[in-house]
Design a protein around this ligand. Structure first.
Ligand code: ADP
Ligand code: ADP
Ligand code: MG
Length: 500
């Protein structure tokens, strides 16, 4: 057992702030790291101390392990929290941190290593009877063999990068003729994004929902689950809207998924916070996808419904303490929804839209949480993920949480760049989302750039028509008045043109 006195957060933006807030509440001093592009960022101002790591590109700053470890030595830091993204799922980093005598707030390097490879993860959990998507157990080595496996599984299939993450390195193959081309694309994408070209085959579930289970383990062999989050609204296989609990998960299903997730965690002697992701088919069968060995972007929805501060638990576990609650102490309270506010243009294929936050005014009020890392007047740097903020609402029912989200989105004022706010409001109002009858195809099935054009209700339209008539009548009166004053000199055509 070792008390943490000073914590360095090896990350930036909203997650860096979110972690430091909890550390501060626990009486732990905080150290921020930053690149030259983030010199004036809120996470730097918030920290007790801050260290510049180098130039803007992350491979010269946020990803340089030596510099981060050196900063810990210089400032007598006793623990590192990696956040998500960046080095959070880098087993070598975790190992180096531990070797330097610093506490790594996360699981063991071995667990990160196993779960970082989707294939190794499947092998590790295969003996525990966890349902798995049909597919290959090894990386594709022989194209003909792979094609015959694909044929026996049945098209469409998905070619996936074993080292994949963030929705990258994934290709759908509809029919055998496309197999080779899509495989080559997946390999080259995986090679360039992860430095590892190993790919494998999975059956493509055609109408899937993405439902994941939050787990927490300690160094004493205890593992609990904190229920599910549904993250089916995605673009480019990446989440934009999340909620907890899921609209379709019954108590029984929750129990089975939770048990399966705990088995996955135990299969790699997991400690700390982690997420076991499942894909769920139309008949509500669930299959193991992967385990993310870190704090997840969407963890706040779980915090809102359970009242647990996941970062606090991560820190306590890292100090060697046993979990302060067990499974039966955990209950679901109400419903929470999260939207990711990205600097992206939904009308232009969700491409990043970088620029200055001319206006930036956050929503407030009961049941509203904003986790962000920006202030008005700041530039969104091009070097990193374009997420500006996460907006979370909580209420006692799903419907009220969605209505509260619509209210909060309407209060949020961002100008200067395009964001996903309007898109997320479209989701919150959409019948498919509201009824709970949706899957990961939500965006391609329902969303077009025109969806964001001003929508008028029938009542609004008749009001509009009535006022148009009123304006027309009063201008006719004005015309008669002008004509009576000016007689025949009145320039009819000019006025007519103007009225048209
Ligand atoms: P979550 O499952 O927590 O929602 P995402 O898949 O959206 O996580 O990824 C969270 C962040 O980490 C994003 O900024 C994403 O770009 C980044 N990320 C996730 N996995 C990887 C990876 N293997 N390599 C690089 N970046 C990653
Ligand atoms: P990543 O590491 O990029 O997060 P995942 O395996 O978690 O990769 O998959 C990301 C998303 O891709 C899922 O949430 C889902 O939308 C889609 N997906 C993954 N596997 C399948 C599958 N077998 N069938 C259909 N969709 C899938
Ligand atoms: Mg995933």
């Amino acid at each position: 057992m070792k008390k943490i006195h000073k914590l360095l957060v090896a990350n930036r933006g909203e997650i860096s702030l979110r972690i430091m807030r909890t550390a501060r509440e626990m009486g732990i001093k905080t150290v921020a790291v930053y690149s030259e592009a983030d010199r004036h960022a809120p996470h730097v101002k918030y920290a007790d101390e801050a260290v510049c790591l180098g130039p803007a590109p992350s491979n010269q700053s946020y990803l340089v392990i030596d510099k981060i470890i050196q900063a810990c030595k210089d400032l007598k830091v006793d623990a590192i929290h990696p956040g998500y993204g960046f080095l959070s799922e880098n087993a070598k980093f975790a190992q180096r941190v531990i070797e330097a005598g610093i506490i790594f707030v996360g699981p063991s390097p071995q667990a990160i290593e196993v779960m970082g490879s989707k294939l190794a993860a499947k092998q590790a959990v295969s003996k525990y009877g966890i349902p798995m998507v049909p597919g290959t157990e090894e990386a594709i080595a022989d194209i003909d063999e792979a094609k015959s496996t694909a044929a026996s599984i049945g098209y469409p299939i998905l070619i996936k990068a074993s080292a994949g993450g963030g929705g990258k390195g994934m290709r759908i193959v509809e029919k055998e003729e496309e197999f080779e081309e899509q495989m080559q694309r997946a390999i080259s994408e995986a090679q360039s994004a992860f430095g590892d070209g190993a790919v494998f085959i999975e059956k493509y579930i055609t109408s899937p929902r993405h439902i994941e289970i939050q787990v927490l383990g300690d160094h004493h062999g205890n593992v609990v689950h904190l229920f599910e989050r549904e993250c089916s609204v995605q673009r480019r296989h990446q989440k934009v809207v999340e909620e907890a609990p899921s609209a379709v998960v019954s108590d029984d299903m929750r129990h089975s998924m939770g048990e399966a997730a705990i088995k996955v965690a135990k299969a790699c002697d997991y400690y700390g916070a982690g997420t076991v992701e499942f894909i769920v088919d139309e008949a509500l069968n669930f299959y193991f996808l992967e385990m993310n060995t870190r704090l997840q972007v969407e963890h706040p929805v779980t915090e809102m419904i359970t009242g647990v501060d996941l970062v606090k638990e991560q820190i306590l576990v890292a100090e060697g303490l046993p979990l302060s609650f067990d499974q039966k102490d955990l209950k679901i309270h109400g419903h929470a929804v999260e939207i990711r506010v990205y600097a992206e243009d939904p009308k232009n294929n969700f491409l990043p839209d970088i620029g200055k936050l001319q206006t930036y005014i956050r929503p407030q009020g009961s049941g509203v949480r904003v986790d962000d890392g920006f202030e008005q007047g700041m530039d969104i740097p091009i070097y990193y993920d374009p997420m500006i903020a996460k907006l979370i609402t909580h209420a006692d029912t799903r419907e009220k949480a969605m209505d509260r989200m619509i209210r909060a989105i309407e209060e949020y004022q961002i100008t200067g760049i395009e964001t996903t706010l309007g898109f997320c409001k479209f989701v919150m109002k959409h019948e498919a989302f509201r009824s709970g009858d949706f899957d990961t195809k939500f965006v391609e099935r329902y969303f077009t750039p025109e969806s964001l054009d001003e929508q008028w209700t029938d009542d609004e339209l008749s009001l509009l028509a009535a006022s148009a008539v009123e304006i027309f009548e009063s201008s006719k009166k004005d015309l008669r008045k002008v004509k009576s004053l000016h007689g025949d000199q009145f320039p009819r055509t000019k006025w007519k043109n103007r009225l048209l």
